[in-house]
Design a protein around this ligand. Structure first.
Ligand code: FAD
Length: 387
């Protein structure tokens, strides 16, 4: 993580001041649009800099149009990673079947990019850095949604009032908890996911992904020109108790579930304990009956996390930010009508993506039993992708 410069505190009238909690895809994109709508924007981020770890982000469909509207699509294309083929492997490393880059029914490749998370965050940050106030190492401690403003107290003891607050603070959203209460609205998908990004390895060819599954367990490698993602996923019926901020038990869970597997798993496990950042979490979705309450609304994972299995968490955050801005443009000062329209128009798409992640994503990425695995492999080898 790196420290970033902050701009001076806003002095705009409250009616024009908005607060964004979280400086990732949802937060930076929301800040961009709110600034374009003429608001004085403050972004706060609990980390000491942009959080850049993790796997690359997929950009396609509506997200491409939005990034074009934001004037960023050329910068994204310039940083796009080479197309990556996907290989499903047997224990002896023979290939069951492959998936290439996506094509439309005529076989013409659809426009789609993959970009390192850090590069996309840099592009988004550069677009707002001069125009909005960004404070790192800061979060909301308390907020009170009043008829005419939201009164916010911050973790550093300071306080301020805003016309609107956007909770863009991810799956474990602080804004969600402070606004909607302790229910975390988390839908457990029945598994856990570990991913570590390491410098390029000899485990697989560049620009390839390989996946090896046994019932309930999957090992995944993504190879890029300069790095390898080492990933593991396993199923459990119930959530596991573990110390969320403690690395050691999380690494141990991976060893416990994968130490007796073949393929490239023993070599992959050697990367698990090395002292670098990794991402380990339950596979979950956020399913809320409403995304807004009063003058507070949620954008991205905070309101409707679709899970890593959907392969579009970053895109969904960028889409959400644009949609809430479009609704606000239509409804002027009537923020309540805007928040309602934002949800009404986006919710069907979110629910479709969430449903597909539960059915297609789970079966494809880690089949539950021998029957599901055999059926997946049969379809993959026959080139049928609707597993
Ligand atoms: C470091 C990181 C690594 C990830 N790696 C992967 C991955 O490898 N594979 C994958 O499929 N998905 C990964 N994800 C999740 C995926 O990228 C998300 O679906 C996507 O980023 C959604 O964007 P978002 O802006 O809604 O939420 P996020 O990207 O989660 O961003 C939320 C932001 O809010 C900040 N924040 C959290 N709490 C507070 C608080 N109290 N106050 C202020 N700010 C706060 C966070 O630090 C973060 O910057 C990762 C997320 C993060 C943060």
């Amino acid at each position: 993580m790196e420290m970033q410069e902050c701009r001076a505190e806003s002095t705009a009238p409250i009616a024009r001041r908005v607060l964004v909690s979280g400086a990732s895809f949802a937060g930076l994109a929301t800040a961009y649009w709110m600034n374009r709508l003429g608001f004085q924007v403050t972004v706060i981020e609990v980390a000491s800099g942009l959080r850049k770890g993790g796997t690359p982000v997929d950009i396609e469909g509506e997200t491409i149009d939005i990034l074009a509207r934001m004037g960023m699509i050329d910068a994204v294309r310039a940083k796009a990673l080479p197309p990556r083929g996907f290989e499903f492997q047997n224990a002896d490393d023979s290939t069951v079947g492959t998936m290439g880059t996506q094509s439309d029914p005529d076989g013409v490749p659809s426009e789609r990019y993959e970009i390192h998370r850090a590069d996309l965050l840099d592009i988004l940050f550069a677009s707002v850095a001069e125009a909005v106030e960004v404070s790192f190492g800061k979060s909301i401690k308390h907020l009170e949604d009043r008829p005419d403003q939201v009164a916010v107290t911050f973790s550093d003891g300071s306080s301020s009032d805003y016309a609107l607050v956007f909770g863009c603070d991810g799956n474990r959203s602080n804004t969600r908890r402070l606004t909607f209460g302790e229910d975390d609205f988390s839908f457990f998908m029945g598994g856990y996911f570990f991913i570590k990004v390491v410098p390029i390895t000899t485990l697989l060819p560049a620009n390839t992904s390989q996946i090896f599954s046994v019932p309930g367990r999957t090992a995944l490698l993504n190879g890029y020109d300069d790095q390898t993602d080492v990933a593991f996923a396993f199923r459990t019926e119930r959530e596991i108790e573990y110390a969320y901020r403690d690395r050691e038990p999380q690494c141990r869970l991976i060893h416990d579930h994968f130490s007796n597997l073949g393929w490239k798993v023993p070599a992959m496990l050697e990367h698990v304990d090395a002292d670098e950042e990794f991402y380990f979490d339950k596979l979950n979705q956020i399913r809320m009956p409403a995304w807004s309450k009063g003058r507070v609304t949620l954008v991205g994972d905070a309101g409707y996390c679709v899970s890593p299995l959907a392969g579009m968490g970053g895109s969904m955050a960028i889409i959400g930010a644009a949609r809430v801005a479009d609704a606000m443009r239509c409804h002027g000062d009537d923020y309540a009508a805007a928040f309602e329209e934002y949800e009404e128009k986006l919710r069907p798409f979110v629910e479709e993506v969430q449903q597909k992640a539960v059915s297609f994503g789970m079966t494809m990425m880690f089949p539950a039993d021998d029957v599901e695995l055999a059926e997946r492999d049969r379809k993959i080898s026959a080139g049928i992708l609707d597993v």
